[in-house]
Write a protein that binds this ligand. Structure first.
Ligand code: ZN
Ligand code: ZN
Length: 134
């Protein structure tokens, strides 16, 4: 499970003397796939996906040559960006607090989206070796 093949949660803390520490969470992506891809609202004006669904339960269709998905309350098209790298990431912060993680790099084991938002992030709490040493 502990592998560099997947996503890595990077936890950094910047604590200048006498100031409140600032935590920073980012997720490194090995390359966006359908499992983690970010979708964004279709920018085509009067997109034909709106009103084009055969039923209320249709949430995927191809319009004007692009795959569309209904997420949240909008028709979205695919991007090449990773959806795990929310900023600020409440799911990442929640995982860090729950697992009592310090600064470091952690292998992401699973995640969950809810209505297009990263809702949960699970990581292996054993820190990965720094990349320089790999
Ligand atoms: Zn469209
Ligand atoms: Zn990704």
């Amino acid at each position: 499970m502990n592998s560099y093949d997947g996503h890595v949660l990077v936890v950094k803390v910047d604590a200048p003397y006498g100031e409140i520490p600032e935590w920073d969470f980012t997720v490194e992506c090995p390359g966006a796939t359908d499992q983690c891809r970010s979708w964004e609202e279709c920018g085509v004006s009067e997109c034909s996906a709106y009103g084009g669904a055969d039923s209320l339960y249709d949430n995927e269709m191809t319009e004007h040559g692009q795959e569309h998905r209904y997420i949240g309350d909008a028709w979205m098209v695919r991007t090449d960006r990773c959806h795990l790298n929310f900023d600020p990431s409440e799911a990442a912060e929640e995982a860090v607090v729950r697992l009592k993680l310090g600064p470091g790099r952690y292998a992401v084991t699973s995640w969950d989206f809810h209505d297009g938002v990263l809702a949960a992030l699970e990581v292996d709490p054993r820190p990965l070796a720094p990349r320089e040493a790999a």
